[in-house]
Design a protein around this ligand. Structure first.
Ligand SMILES: Cc1ncc(COP(=O)(O)O)c(C=O)c1O
Length: 378
Protein backbone atom coordinates (compact mmCIF):
# COMPACT_ATOMS: atom_id res chain seq x y z
CA UNK A 1 0.00 0.00 0.00
CA UNK A 2 1.20 3.47 -0.85
CA UNK A 3 1.13 6.11 1.90
CA UNK A 4 -2.21 7.93 1.71
CA UNK A 5 -0.79 11.25 0.52
CA UNK A 6 0.86 9.55 -2.44
CA UNK A 7 -2.30 7.61 -3.27
CA UNK A 8 -4.23 10.89 -3.21
CA UNK A 9 -1.80 12.46 -5.64
CA UNK A 10 -2.19 9.51 -8.01
CA UNK A 11 -5.98 9.75 -7.72
CA UNK A 12 -5.88 13.45 -8.58
CA UNK A 13 -3.81 12.66 -11.68
CA UNK A 14 -6.51 10.20 -12.75
CA UNK A 15 -9.33 12.66 -12.07
CA UNK A 16 -7.52 15.28 -14.19
CA UNK A 17 -7.10 12.76 -17.01
CA UNK A 18 -3.36 13.36 -16.62
CA UNK A 19 -2.30 9.90 -15.39
CA UNK A 20 1.02 8.98 -17.00
CA UNK A 21 1.39 5.40 -18.22
CA UNK A 22 4.14 3.63 -20.10
CA UNK A 23 3.18 2.50 -23.57
CA UNK A 24 4.92 1.22 -26.65
CA UNK A 25 5.32 2.66 -30.11
CA UNK A 26 3.64 0.53 -32.60
CA UNK A 27 4.33 0.91 -36.30
CA UNK A 28 2.36 4.14 -36.68
CA UNK A 29 3.60 7.01 -38.83
CA UNK A 30 6.09 8.75 -36.55
CA UNK A 31 5.19 12.35 -35.73
CA UNK A 32 6.24 12.00 -32.12
CA UNK A 33 9.82 10.79 -31.63
CA UNK A 34 12.88 13.03 -31.32
CA UNK A 35 14.66 10.89 -33.89
CA UNK A 36 14.64 13.81 -36.34
CA UNK A 37 17.11 12.29 -38.82
CA UNK A 38 16.23 8.61 -38.36
CA UNK A 39 19.67 7.86 -36.84
CA UNK A 40 18.27 5.56 -34.15
CA UNK A 41 17.34 3.08 -36.89
CA UNK A 42 20.54 3.37 -38.92
CA UNK A 43 22.17 0.00 -39.55
CA UNK A 44 25.33 1.67 -40.81
CA UNK A 45 25.76 3.62 -37.54
CA UNK A 46 25.11 0.41 -35.60
CA UNK A 47 27.68 -1.54 -37.61
CA UNK A 48 30.31 1.18 -37.49
CA UNK A 49 29.95 1.46 -33.72
CA UNK A 50 30.44 -2.29 -33.45
CA UNK A 51 33.59 -2.04 -35.56
CA UNK A 52 35.05 0.76 -33.39
CA UNK A 53 34.64 -1.42 -30.33
CA UNK A 54 36.47 -4.30 -31.96
CA UNK A 55 39.19 -2.04 -33.39
CA UNK A 56 39.82 -0.46 -29.99
CA UNK A 57 39.75 -3.68 -28.07
CA UNK A 58 36.72 -2.43 -26.15
CA UNK A 59 34.28 -5.31 -26.57
CA UNK A 60 33.11 -4.99 -22.98
CA UNK A 61 29.64 -4.56 -21.56
CA UNK A 62 30.05 -1.81 -18.99
CA UNK A 63 32.31 1.08 -18.04
CA UNK A 64 33.12 -0.50 -14.63
CA UNK A 65 33.17 2.77 -12.69
CA UNK A 66 32.83 6.54 -12.78
CA UNK A 67 35.04 8.47 -15.17
CA UNK A 68 37.27 9.63 -12.32
CA UNK A 69 37.89 6.02 -11.33
CA UNK A 70 37.96 3.09 -13.74
CA UNK A 71 35.31 4.22 -16.27
CA UNK A 72 37.25 6.66 -18.46
CA UNK A 73 37.89 4.21 -21.30
CA UNK A 74 39.96 5.30 -24.29
CA UNK A 75 37.04 6.23 -26.56
CA UNK A 76 36.06 9.15 -24.30
CA UNK A 77 39.01 11.35 -25.23
CA UNK A 78 38.69 10.53 -28.89
CA UNK A 79 34.96 11.30 -28.99
CA UNK A 80 35.16 14.49 -26.91
CA UNK A 81 37.83 15.78 -29.31
CA UNK A 82 35.59 15.02 -32.29
CA UNK A 83 32.60 16.72 -30.63
CA UNK A 84 34.44 19.90 -29.66
CA UNK A 85 35.81 20.24 -33.21
CA UNK A 86 32.40 19.64 -34.78
CA UNK A 87 30.74 22.28 -32.60
CA UNK A 88 33.64 24.74 -32.82
CA UNK A 89 34.10 24.79 -29.05
CA UNK A 90 37.22 24.87 -26.88
CA UNK A 91 36.20 21.73 -25.02
CA UNK A 92 33.49 19.12 -24.59
CA UNK A 93 32.60 17.06 -21.54
CA UNK A 94 30.25 14.11 -21.94
CA UNK A 95 27.51 13.44 -19.40
CA UNK A 96 25.28 10.36 -19.25
CA UNK A 97 22.22 12.29 -20.48
CA UNK A 98 20.95 15.79 -21.18
CA UNK A 99 19.08 15.65 -17.90
CA UNK A 100 22.36 14.91 -16.10
CA UNK A 101 24.21 17.61 -18.03
CA UNK A 102 21.74 20.33 -16.99
CA UNK A 103 21.62 19.07 -13.42
CA UNK A 104 25.40 18.79 -13.39
CA UNK A 105 25.93 22.28 -14.77
CA UNK A 106 23.38 24.31 -12.84
CA UNK A 107 23.88 22.58 -9.51
CA UNK A 108 27.55 23.58 -9.32
CA UNK A 109 28.39 26.50 -11.63
CA UNK A 110 26.32 29.45 -10.31
CA UNK A 111 27.51 30.18 -6.75
CA UNK A 112 25.74 31.48 -3.63
CA UNK A 113 24.49 35.05 -4.27
CA UNK A 114 25.02 34.71 -8.02
CA UNK A 115 21.89 35.22 -10.11
CA UNK A 116 20.32 32.89 -12.66
CA UNK A 117 17.79 34.34 -15.09
CA UNK A 118 15.89 31.66 -16.97
CA UNK A 119 13.11 31.57 -19.56
CA UNK A 120 9.86 30.54 -17.90
CA UNK A 121 9.45 27.64 -20.39
CA UNK A 122 12.90 26.12 -19.80
CA UNK A 123 13.03 22.33 -19.68
CA UNK A 124 12.54 20.50 -16.36
CA UNK A 125 16.20 19.44 -16.33
CA UNK A 126 17.31 23.08 -16.32
CA UNK A 127 14.81 24.03 -13.62
CA UNK A 128 15.76 21.01 -11.50
CA UNK A 129 19.44 21.95 -11.82
CA UNK A 130 18.65 25.53 -10.81
CA UNK A 131 16.70 24.32 -7.80
CA UNK A 132 19.83 22.44 -6.63
CA UNK A 133 21.96 25.56 -6.90
CA UNK A 134 22.63 28.05 -4.10
CA UNK A 135 22.23 30.99 -6.47
CA UNK A 136 19.15 33.23 -6.59
CA UNK A 137 16.99 32.63 -9.61
CA UNK A 138 14.34 34.63 -11.47
CA UNK A 139 12.36 33.65 -14.51
CA UNK A 140 11.67 35.95 -17.43
CA UNK A 141 8.67 35.79 -19.74
CA UNK A 142 9.02 33.33 -22.59
CA UNK A 143 11.36 34.70 -25.31
CA UNK A 144 10.72 38.21 -23.98
CA UNK A 145 14.03 40.06 -24.09
CA UNK A 146 12.40 43.32 -22.97
CA UNK A 147 11.34 41.60 -19.76
CA UNK A 148 14.79 40.06 -19.39
CA UNK A 149 16.37 43.49 -19.78
CA UNK A 150 14.03 44.96 -17.18
CA UNK A 151 15.17 42.30 -14.71
CA UNK A 152 18.82 42.84 -15.66
CA UNK A 153 18.40 46.54 -14.93
CA UNK A 154 16.95 45.74 -11.50
CA UNK A 155 19.36 43.11 -10.20
CA UNK A 156 22.68 43.93 -8.59
CA UNK A 157 25.68 43.21 -10.74
CA UNK A 158 28.17 42.63 -7.89
CA UNK A 159 27.98 38.87 -8.41
CA UNK A 160 27.96 36.72 -11.51
CA UNK A 161 24.78 36.61 -13.58
CA UNK A 162 23.86 33.58 -15.65
CA UNK A 163 21.18 33.68 -18.35
CA UNK A 164 19.81 30.37 -19.59
CA UNK A 165 17.45 29.56 -22.41
CA UNK A 166 16.90 27.01 -25.18
CA UNK A 167 17.66 27.62 -28.84
CA UNK A 168 14.55 25.55 -29.68
CA UNK A 169 11.93 25.06 -26.98
CA UNK A 170 10.99 21.44 -26.50
CA UNK A 171 7.29 21.98 -25.83
CA UNK A 172 6.79 24.94 -28.19
CA UNK A 173 9.27 24.58 -31.05
CA UNK A 174 9.99 28.30 -31.10
CA UNK A 175 13.30 30.11 -30.55
CA UNK A 176 14.53 33.27 -28.89
CA UNK A 177 16.21 36.02 -30.88
CA UNK A 178 19.68 34.63 -30.22
CA UNK A 179 21.60 37.50 -31.82
CA UNK A 180 19.79 40.08 -29.70
CA UNK A 181 20.18 37.85 -26.65
CA UNK A 182 23.95 37.59 -27.05
CA UNK A 183 24.17 41.39 -27.43
CA UNK A 184 22.14 41.89 -24.27
CA UNK A 185 24.24 39.35 -22.43
CA UNK A 186 27.47 41.09 -23.51
CA UNK A 187 26.13 44.50 -22.59
CA UNK A 188 25.33 43.31 -19.05
CA UNK A 189 28.48 41.16 -18.73
CA UNK A 190 26.49 38.00 -18.05
CA UNK A 191 27.27 34.35 -18.77
CA UNK A 192 24.94 32.89 -21.38
CA UNK A 193 23.99 29.20 -21.45
CA UNK A 194 22.06 27.75 -24.37
CA UNK A 195 20.43 24.32 -24.39
CA UNK A 196 20.58 23.16 -28.01
CA UNK A 197 18.81 19.81 -27.50
CA UNK A 198 16.31 20.36 -30.32
CA UNK A 199 18.46 22.55 -32.60
CA UNK A 200 21.30 20.06 -33.05
CA UNK A 201 20.77 18.07 -36.24
CA UNK A 202 18.02 20.41 -37.37
CA UNK A 203 19.61 23.82 -38.02
CA UNK A 204 22.73 24.61 -40.02
CA UNK A 205 24.15 22.95 -43.10
CA UNK A 206 25.78 20.25 -40.98
CA UNK A 207 23.04 20.28 -38.40
CA UNK A 208 25.43 21.73 -35.84
CA UNK A 209 22.78 23.82 -34.10
CA UNK A 210 21.64 27.43 -34.08
CA UNK A 211 24.58 28.90 -32.16
CA UNK A 212 27.03 27.63 -34.78
CA UNK A 213 24.66 28.46 -37.61
CA UNK A 214 24.61 32.08 -36.39
CA UNK A 215 28.36 32.00 -35.59
CA UNK A 216 27.71 32.95 -31.98
CA UNK A 217 30.01 30.34 -30.42
CA UNK A 218 32.26 32.97 -28.83
CA UNK A 219 29.31 34.80 -27.28
CA UNK A 220 28.09 31.92 -25.13
CA UNK A 221 29.57 30.64 -21.91
CA UNK A 222 28.26 27.10 -22.37
CA UNK A 223 26.10 25.01 -24.67
CA UNK A 224 24.25 21.84 -23.71
CA UNK A 225 23.83 19.31 -26.53
CA UNK A 226 22.03 16.02 -26.03
CA UNK A 227 22.55 12.94 -28.18
CA UNK A 228 19.10 11.50 -27.46
CA UNK A 229 17.32 13.67 -30.05
CA UNK A 230 18.65 14.06 -33.62
CA UNK A 231 21.71 11.93 -32.92
CA UNK A 232 19.39 9.02 -32.15
CA UNK A 233 21.47 7.59 -29.30
CA UNK A 234 22.23 8.47 -25.69
CA UNK A 235 24.30 10.91 -23.64
CA UNK A 236 25.01 14.62 -23.80
CA UNK A 237 27.81 17.14 -23.73
CA UNK A 238 28.55 20.48 -22.15
CA UNK A 239 30.55 22.67 -24.54
CA UNK A 240 32.63 25.53 -23.16
CA UNK A 241 36.14 26.53 -22.15
CA UNK A 242 38.82 24.12 -20.97
CA UNK A 243 38.61 25.70 -17.52
CA UNK A 244 34.85 25.12 -17.39
CA UNK A 245 35.50 21.46 -18.28
CA UNK A 246 38.06 21.16 -15.47
CA UNK A 247 35.64 22.82 -13.07
CA UNK A 248 32.81 20.41 -13.96
CA UNK A 249 35.09 17.38 -13.60
CA UNK A 250 35.95 18.61 -10.11
CA UNK A 251 32.61 19.85 -8.82
CA UNK A 252 29.70 18.47 -10.84
CA UNK A 253 28.19 15.74 -8.71
CA UNK A 254 26.03 14.17 -11.49
CA UNK A 255 29.28 13.83 -13.43
CA UNK A 256 31.42 12.54 -10.56
CA UNK A 257 29.13 10.15 -8.72
CA UNK A 258 27.80 7.90 -11.45
CA UNK A 259 29.02 5.02 -13.58
CA UNK A 260 30.34 6.27 -16.92
CA UNK A 261 28.60 5.46 -20.20
CA UNK A 262 29.71 2.07 -21.52
CA UNK A 263 32.08 1.85 -24.51
CA UNK A 264 29.25 0.86 -26.87
CA UNK A 265 27.42 4.13 -26.09
CA UNK A 266 30.57 6.10 -26.88
CA UNK A 267 31.13 4.11 -30.07
CA UNK A 268 27.55 4.88 -31.13
CA UNK A 269 28.02 8.59 -30.38
CA UNK A 270 31.22 8.56 -32.46
CA UNK A 271 29.60 6.74 -35.38
CA UNK A 272 26.64 9.15 -35.23
CA UNK A 273 28.93 12.19 -35.34
CA UNK A 274 30.78 10.61 -38.28
CA UNK A 275 27.43 10.16 -40.00
CA UNK A 276 26.27 13.73 -39.40
CA UNK A 277 29.63 15.08 -40.60
CA UNK A 278 29.97 12.98 -43.70
CA UNK A 279 26.72 11.36 -44.77
CA UNK A 280 23.72 13.18 -43.38
CA UNK A 281 23.51 16.32 -45.53
CA UNK A 282 20.65 14.83 -47.54
CA UNK A 283 18.78 13.81 -44.36
CA UNK A 284 19.15 17.35 -43.02
CA UNK A 285 17.94 18.82 -46.32
CA UNK A 286 14.97 16.41 -46.29
CA UNK A 287 14.11 17.42 -42.73
CA UNK A 288 14.36 21.12 -43.52
CA UNK A 289 12.20 20.64 -46.63
CA UNK A 290 9.61 18.71 -44.64
CA UNK A 291 9.44 21.57 -42.15
CA UNK A 292 8.74 23.96 -45.05
CA UNK A 293 6.06 21.61 -46.42
CA UNK A 294 4.45 21.26 -42.99
CA UNK A 295 4.26 25.03 -42.61
CA UNK A 296 2.84 25.59 -46.08
CA UNK A 297 0.21 22.87 -45.51
CA UNK A 298 -0.79 24.59 -42.27
CA UNK A 299 -1.39 27.74 -44.27
CA UNK A 300 -3.27 25.98 -47.08
CA UNK A 301 -5.55 24.19 -44.60
CA UNK A 302 -6.16 27.33 -42.51
CA UNK A 303 -4.65 25.68 -39.42
CA UNK A 304 -1.89 28.22 -38.97
CA UNK A 305 -3.65 30.24 -36.27
CA UNK A 306 -3.93 27.15 -34.03
CA UNK A 307 -0.17 26.53 -34.13
CA UNK A 308 2.72 28.19 -32.30
CA UNK A 309 4.90 29.78 -34.96
CA UNK A 310 8.01 27.64 -35.39
CA UNK A 311 10.78 26.99 -37.90
CA UNK A 312 12.05 23.94 -36.05
CA UNK A 313 11.08 20.27 -36.24
CA UNK A 314 8.57 20.79 -33.39
CA UNK A 315 5.13 22.20 -34.20
CA UNK A 316 2.43 22.52 -31.58
CA UNK A 317 -1.31 22.79 -32.12
CA UNK A 318 -2.93 24.44 -29.12
CA UNK A 319 -6.02 22.49 -28.00
CA UNK A 320 -7.38 23.34 -24.60
CA UNK A 321 -8.10 20.59 -22.05
CA UNK A 322 -6.54 17.21 -21.37
CA UNK A 323 -9.72 15.41 -22.47
CA UNK A 324 -9.96 17.07 -25.88
CA UNK A 325 -6.29 16.89 -26.75
CA UNK A 326 -6.17 13.22 -25.74
CA UNK A 327 -9.26 12.44 -27.85
CA UNK A 328 -7.77 14.06 -30.94
CA UNK A 329 -4.47 12.25 -30.43
CA UNK A 330 -6.40 8.96 -30.15
CA UNK A 331 -8.36 9.73 -33.32
CA UNK A 332 -5.11 10.39 -35.22
CA UNK A 333 -3.68 7.17 -33.81
CA UNK A 334 -6.75 5.28 -35.00
CA UNK A 335 -5.97 6.61 -38.48
CA UNK A 336 -2.35 5.47 -38.29
CA UNK A 337 -0.51 8.59 -37.02
CA UNK A 338 1.49 8.87 -33.82
CA UNK A 339 1.07 12.47 -32.60
CA UNK A 340 1.36 12.90 -28.84
CA UNK A 341 -0.81 15.03 -26.60
CA UNK A 342 1.12 17.26 -24.20
CA UNK A 343 -1.03 17.46 -21.12
CA UNK A 344 -1.16 19.59 -18.02
CA UNK A 345 0.73 19.46 -15.66
CA UNK A 346 3.60 19.03 -18.16
CA UNK A 347 2.36 22.34 -19.59
CA UNK A 348 0.13 24.80 -17.69
CA UNK A 349 -3.63 24.13 -17.59
CA UNK A 350 -5.41 25.48 -20.71
CA UNK A 351 -2.09 25.41 -22.62
CA UNK A 352 -2.42 21.74 -23.55
CA UNK A 353 -1.33 20.89 -27.06
CA UNK A 354 -0.71 18.28 -29.73
CA UNK A 355 2.99 18.16 -30.51
CA UNK A 356 4.05 17.22 -34.04
CA UNK A 357 7.71 16.24 -34.42
CA UNK A 358 8.78 16.28 -38.05
CA UNK A 359 11.48 13.95 -39.40
CA UNK A 360 13.67 13.59 -42.46
CA UNK A 361 11.87 10.32 -43.20
CA UNK A 362 8.29 11.61 -43.11
CA UNK A 363 6.87 11.75 -46.62
CA UNK A 364 5.15 14.87 -47.90
CA UNK A 365 2.03 12.73 -48.39
CA UNK A 366 2.08 11.78 -44.68
CA UNK A 367 2.37 15.43 -43.71
CA UNK A 368 -0.59 16.42 -45.90
CA UNK A 369 -2.68 13.46 -44.72
CA UNK A 370 -2.15 14.03 -40.99
CA UNK A 371 -2.92 17.74 -41.28
CA UNK A 372 -6.02 17.11 -43.40
CA UNK A 373 -7.23 14.74 -40.71
CA UNK A 374 -6.43 17.21 -37.97
CA UNK A 375 -8.46 19.84 -39.81
CA UNK A 376 -11.53 17.60 -39.54
CA UNK A 377 -11.14 17.32 -35.73
CA UNK A 378 -10.42 20.89 -34.65
C1 LIG B 1 15.57 21.14 -23.87
C2 LIG B 1 15.96 19.82 -23.32
N1 LIG B 1 17.06 19.73 -22.56
C3 LIG B 1 17.45 18.57 -22.03
C4 LIG B 1 16.72 17.41 -22.22
C5 LIG B 1 17.17 16.13 -21.60
O1 LIG B 1 17.92 15.40 -22.51
P1 LIG B 1 18.07 13.81 -22.37
O2 LIG B 1 16.84 13.22 -22.96
O3 LIG B 1 19.32 13.51 -23.11
O4 LIG B 1 18.19 13.52 -20.90
C6 LIG B 1 15.58 17.44 -23.02
C7 LIG B 1 14.79 16.19 -23.25
O5 LIG B 1 13.63 16.14 -23.32
C8 LIG B 1 15.19 18.67 -23.58
O6 LIG B 1 14.08 18.75 -24.33
Amino acid sequence: MLPKKLQNKLNTRKQDNAFRQLGQTNGLVDFSSNDYLGFSQSKSIFNQAHQYLLDNNLAQNGATGSRLLSGNHSLYENVEQQIKDFHNAESALIFNSGYDANLGFFSCVPQRNDIILYDEFCHASIRDGISMSNAKSFKFKHNDLTHLEEILNQVQHDNDIYIVTESVFSMDGDSPDLKALTKLSKHHHTHLIIDEAHAFGVFGKLGNGLISDLQLEDSVFARIITFGKALGCHGATVLGSKDLRDYLINFSRPFIYTTALPPHSLATIKASYDEIQKQAQQDIVNLQQNIIVFKSELKRLHLQQLFIDSNSAIHCCMITGNDTVKQISEALKYNGFDVRPILSPTVPKEKERLRFCIHSYNSQHEITKVLQLLATFV
